[in-house]
Ligand binder design. Structure first.
Ligand code: PHE
Length: 343
């Protein structure tokens, strides 16, 4: 009997020492199984109880229970200690550094043509112009016939116009919107018409699709000086207050008289003979304009003796190119995000 009790106590002493030395939860669990498990050392010793006398049995049982309770207590408190240590390690290694800068979001930007169009419209709408758009697939009638371009006019040539089907074209100019705007509507009319136009052209300064901004003002007593004043205001707002404007006589079938309008070079003001923007001339041609042809007024049912008007049309893309120093028009339409996001 003595020997069984001392075996039990020896197991207890060794196990308690092992538990106190354990450095992780897995090792701890290993000790528990190897001592208290079904085939553990303590369980094995207790199997020998059968051969012990009934009188001795309770003493050995009590000794075994005491050792078992000690081991369980030691296991429990060691486990708590190791779990706390584990948690601390985890917290230390998985710490979030909230001061690290956030990842950059990729934000889109407005295309330079959109930006330029908005700026132009914003400037001119301060003079009371309203916005009006028209279809890009246009009838031959509105694109040509109604703006005084007869059937045999070279502007209709296959080389310029994209034909879409009988009587339909891709509009070659926003001037196509003029007659649409006047039709069935009484004057006064003061509109701005931005939009894409199409011509069979493709090189560094011409694209098959480009953008124009058309202006039309019809009212009693509108004069050529109103046209010049409007464009002067526009040029100064767009290019700076020192900008000057000049008119050169020109021909467009839908105006009489017609003019081409130049603005003084905002880059060099004529002082740099090698200026890329004005090519040393000091002037940049930005638009065509003139007094609305009486034929167009008559077509709309207006009396040319009672009302008059002016119209102008300008290329938006060229103005965007000049403003941002873009060397090739085609860059604007390639959709390259590296180019587009610079503006
Ligand atoms: N539509 C002309 C062009 O495309 C520009 C213009 C518009 C000229 C209005 C005069 C009046 O060149």
């Amino acid at each position: 009997m003595e020997s069984l009790i001392s075996k039990i106590q020896a197991i207890g002493t060794k196990t308690l020492a092992d538990i106190s030395a354990a450095s992780d939860l897995a090792t701890l669990e290993g000790f528990r199984v190897s001592v208290l498990g079904k085939k553990g050392s303590l369980s094995e010793v207790l199997k020998g109880l059968g051969s012990v006398s009934a009188e001795e049995r309770p003493k050995i049982g009590a000794a075994a229970n005491e050792v078992k309770a000690k081991i369980e207590g030691a296991l429990e408190s060691k486990r708590e200690g190791l779990e706390a240590k584990d948690l601390e390690q985890k917290l230390a290694s998985e710490r979030l550094d909230v001061s690290i800068p956030a990842r950059k979001l990729h934000r889109g930007s407005l295309h330079p043509i959109t930006q330029t169009t908005r700026r132009m419209v914003e400037v001119l709408s301060r003079l009371g112009f309203d916005l009006l758009t028209g279809p890009e697939i246009e009838t031959d009638y509105f694109c040509f016939e109604a703006v005084n371009i007869p059937a045999d006019h070279p502007a209709r040539d296959q080389q310029d116009t994209f034909f879409m089907g009988p009587g339909l074209v891709l509009r070659t100019q926003t001037t196509a919107i003029q007659t649409r705007a006047m039709r069935g509507k009484k004057w006064p009319i003061r509109i701005l018409c931005p939009g894409a136009v199409y011509r069979k052209d493709n090189d560094a300064t011409h694209s098959p699709m480009f953008h124009q901004l058309e202006g039309l003002w019809i009212d009693k007593g509108v004069k050529m000086s109103d046209l010049k004043g409007t464009l002067e205001f526009f040029a100064k707002e767009m290019f700076g207050s020192a900008t000057r404007v000049r008119l050169r006589p020109s021909y467009f079938s839908f105006v009489e008289p017609g003019a081409e309008i130049d603005v003084s070079c905002f880059k060099c003001d004529g002082k740099d003979p090698s200026c890329k923007i004005c090519k040393g001339t000091g002037w940049m041609e930005i638009l065509g304009a003139g007094m609305v042809h009486p034929k167009l007024l008559e077509l709309a049912g207006y009396d040319p003796k009672e009302v008059s008007g002016f119209a102008f049309g300008m290329g938006i893309d060229r103005i965007a190119m000049m403003a941002h120093d873009v060397p090739d028009l085609r860059l604007l339409f390639e959709g390259d995000q590296r180019f587009n996001s610079q503006f």
